[in-house]
Ligand binder design. Sequence first.
Ligand code: PMP
Length: 299
Amino acid sequence: MSMLNFDDRDGSIWLNGELIPWRDAKVHVLSHGMHYASSVFEGERIYKGRVFKLEEHTKRLFASAEMLDMGIPFSQDQINDATYKTINVNGLAEGYVRPVVWRGSEVMGVSGQGNKINVAIAVWEWPSYFSPQAKMKGLRLQISSWKRPSPETAPVFSKCAGLYMICTLSKHEAERGGYDDALLLDWRGQVAEATGAHIFFVIDGIIHTPVPDCFLLGITRQTVIELAQARGYEVIERAIMPEEMERADECFLTGTAVEVTPVAEIGPYRFTPGAVCKNLIEDFDATVGKAALSECSAA
Ligand code: PMP
C-alpha cells in the first residue's frame, strides 16, 4: 500500500463532471464545506473491480446531502457511471471509493444558500488484508467519553463530516490508551456504535444489535443481519445498556472498512470470538466476492 500523501499521487479524480489529474483536485481555503461542515461523503469498497452495493451507497449519499439541505447537481445514475469511470481510469481491482459533496466558495457565512454544490469521487488501492484467522484475535475498544447526539441535536442519519468530529476525538483518545478503536454510547447512555462501524453482541446464541435510531443506517450492518438470518440465527434490534456487555459471549463490528471484525475487549468487558463471528466472516467474504488472500497483490 502506498505511503504517499493523499494530495500527491498519480491517477485521476472525478470533479464536477470531469476526470482531472489527481494533484489538481483542490479546493480553496475559503470554502463553506470546510468552515461550516457542509459536507457529506460515502465510503465504498471495490472487490474484483465491482463496488459492493454501489446503488445503496449512492442513494445514501443523496439522502445525506438532502438532510444538509444540499441538492446534488447530478443524477444517481450519473454518479454511479462516474464511479466506474474513475475506477477504470485508475485501473483498480481491490480498493476504496470516496465520493464527497460540499458547499463551495461563492458565499462565506452561516447561510450556504448561495453556494455551489461540488461533487468529487476519488478511488485508491486498499486491499482487505486480514485473513479470517488474524481477525479472530479480536479488537480492543475503549469506551469513549463522547456520546452520539440525539436526532433533535444533529442530522444523525446523514454521513456528514460534522458528525465525525466526535469520532476522531474518540479514536485519538483510544489510540493514546493503546486501544484499536472506541465504543460510543448515545445521549441516553445506550450502546451506539464504534467510530466507523456498527456493533453486534451474541448473548446465549442470539445476536443483539442496537436499534439504529440515532446513527447511520449501515449498509454492511443490513447485509450482515440478512446473512445471519439466512444462517438461522435470530437477530434482535433493541436498546442495549453497557452493563449488558457482561453477558455477551461474542462481539463484532460491521462496516465497509472493517467488514466483519470480532471484538475481544470493550472497557472492562471481555469476549471470545467464536463460531458466530467465524461463520459471518465467511458468509460476508463469500457475498462480497472477496479475492482470495493470494490474489491480493499487497497481501
Ligand atoms: N458508523 C459510522 C460512524 C461510519 O462511518 C460507518 C462507515 N460508513 C459505519 C457505521 C458503517 O456503515 P456501512 O456499513 O454503511 O459502511
